[in-house]
Design a protein around this ligand. Structure first.
Ligand code: SAM
Length: 324
């Protein structure tokens, strides 16, 4: 197994110009905030009105004070509910922009997934088109945000029928045979990494997984170090972890800007934190378990990135050592 690419390197990121630094610190995060407002807020208003209309037109509920209390407290006056509705509408577009930016890095990485695969936090399924379905025995998709399950299922269907084959996709122009059909080999779990019972019930236990896939998800999981430990324990000896994560910057000024954005960003992006050194954590927590780390170094980064990026990436394929 190898992962050689001129698009990645193990060196520290090159120095940003002042203009690049200002653009990364202000324009880029503001653009995502604006997308959530433009795409998400009209949808959220309509959804809230639909909920209110449903209450007003249901005789059994309209005179029920508990039903009113619920809708007022948990929906109309609940900022988290507004945020979730807005994200339901805006997230797919945001994830698509991110995917098209990084497709050239993700495709050769994700094509390496084989055997029993667990993708943590697949979102609306941007990764699905890169999988080589012939290599995959079963695909577990662990996605707690249920609003994304419909587009996730659609992505599986498109990958299986070949209809949605996009530029760069492994399945381009190809109709899947039954043995290649990813849709029939996939299980979507409405759970997070912390839902150990649900995972265990579905057969995800210690040393049960051949490939774990983490694409921009460690930023969002609770109690990350503990759960990275759990995730690593699922990998069989000889199995691998494919990682493409945005992480804490190595540059002190950029780190300070990441920290300043984090409270608002965490709310907007449903728990996502810019300040986690996720790649280093995976490397350290795995420690001696890792047979070798990537091809050219422990952690690689896209060559295009500079040290002013608020979302710089760590890219790696870690392989768990076989037992002697
Ligand atoms: C930034 S999105 C990335 C989605 C996708 N991996 C991509 O790159 O297009 C983070 C994803 O992690 C999911 N997530 C959040 N908390 C999680 C948890 N505790 N366990 C598993 N997934 C989680 C979110 O619902 C979301 O889909």
């Amino acid at each position: 197994m190898s992962y050689i690419s001129p698009d990645l390197h193990p060196e520290p990121a090159r120095r940003a110009t002042v203009l690049q630094r200002v653009k990364s610190a202000t324009v880029e995060p503001s653009f995502f905030a604006l997308l959530i407002i433009i795409l998400g807020v009209p949808f959220a208003i309509l959804a809230q009105l639909r909920g209110l209309f449903g209450l007003l037109t249901t005789p059994a509920r309209v005179f029920n004070p508990i039903a009113w209390l619920h809708i007022v407290l948990f929906e109309l006056l609940n900022p988290t509910h507004w945020r979730d509705l807005a994200l339901q509408a805006a997230f797919p577009s945001i994830l698509k922009i991110s995917d098209s930016t990084w497709a050239y890095v993700k495709k050769p990485l994700l094509e390496q997934a084989d055997g029993i695969v667990l993708e943590v936090g697949p979102g609306d399924g941007q990764s699905i088109k890169y999988y080589d379905s012939k290599k995959i025995k079963h695909l577990y998709l662990l996605e707690p945000f249920e609003a994304l399950h419909a587009p996730l299922k659609a992505a599986l269907h498109a990958a299986s029928s070949g209809a949605g084959a996009e530029k760069g996709a492994s399945n381009k122009g190809h109709k899947a045979s039954p043995s290649e059909c990813l849709e029939s080999k996939a299980t979507i779990l409405s759970a997070g990494v912390q839902d150990l019972d649900i995972l265990a019930k579905n057969g995800i236990r210690e040393e049960s997984i051949d490939t774990v896939v983490l694409v921009q998800v460690l930023c969002s999981i609770p109690d990350p170090k503990e759960h990275i430990k759990v995730i690593l324990s699922y990998i069989k000896p000889g199995g691998k972890l494919i990682m493409f994560e945005h992480v804490r910057s190595a540059h002190p000024l950029t780190r300070a800007i990441q920290a300043a954005w984090t409270p608002l960003w965490r709310f907007m992006a449903k728990g996502c934190e810019m300040t986690r050194p996720s790649g280093a954590w995976v490397s350290e927590i795995g420690g001696a378990q890792w047979e070798r780390q990537s091809h050219e170094g422990p952690l690689l980064r896209p060559t295009v990135e500079h040290d002013g990026e608020l979302l710089p990436h760590d890219v790696a394929v870690f392989v768990k050592a076989k037992r002697q």
